[in-house]
Design a protein around this ligand. Sequence first.
Ligand code: ATP
Length: 320
Amino acid sequence: IKTIGVLTSGGDAPGMNAAIRAVVRRAIDQGKTVKGILKGYNGLLNEEIIDMDKRKVSDIIQKGGTILYTARCSEFRTLEGQQKGAEVCRKHGIEGLIVIGGDGSFQGAQKLSALGINTIGVPGTIDLDIACTEYTIGFDTAVNTAMEAIDKVRDTSTSHERCSIIEVMGRNAGYIALWCGIANGAEDILLPEKYDYDEQKLINNIIRNRKRGKKHHIVINAEGIGHSESMAKRIEAATGVETRATILGHMQRGGSPTCKDRMYASIMGAYAVDLLCAGKTNRVVGYKNGDYVDFDIDEALAMKKDIPAYQYEISKALSR
Ligand code: ATP
């Protein structure tokens, strides 16, 4: 392989820039030419391709977002789109492609691999919802951003003796909600994976806590459950406790990546290059049992992951 392409796809995540930097610098050191593909698979189909060099990735390790931009691309879900993508790669001499994104993006990578382009996936998503890896780039920054925001809401919530429903991101995954639930000492945590939501139980819990002298009641609600505003209205009506909903939203996706995100992104980016240099394709980089590893994309996509039962149990036990 002489030329390696790199793109970011799906939702952006802090640390993606650190991964791009690692890919570019590691590949150039291995004697490869590197091309940056803008706006995910969209940019591939539109041939928005730029030459990368070591200086192009200067001063980005500390920046949130992705300098290559990211997008979702429905055309790439079709065989015609995928074939066009492979042709564009060939036209630009891109024999190996590194895709930084989530499960959806890996499915695209899998299709390109089947069409003869060597592809490697790097897990970049704040949601932590990729089964083959214990870590995804962006999670640490996002969960710290959410935690700090929730601390702030808690200050004002306590002062006004309110109940707060705070909605955190994660799409259908509840990892940010679980971690914040524990780290922020929330009274209740609502996770899509453990959806035993019983509003009457929640209401009884709020009333009971009030009687026990608690000044606030923090409910962390995962994006996958949603409806925080209407939930707040119903809870206020049923408990008589002033209840506000706060939806943290996209602030959780931005900001300078934490040390952990920069570290994992740097190692995973370099690891992906090493896989391509070793002639590998259709692999995804992961982190398991204290080490960086890689899996076949087909196997990785077939793996399942669930909220650890013990962590969920403890999250409840500590909030009583
Ligand atoms: P995140 O978890 O951050 O949202 P993601 O990579 O899972 O990231 P998706 O929107 O699911 O985000 O996928 C990103 C892009 O990958 C899609 O817009 C599409 O271009 C491509 N893609 C997704 N699924 C497939 C598929 N089955 N075949 C080909 N390409 C796909």
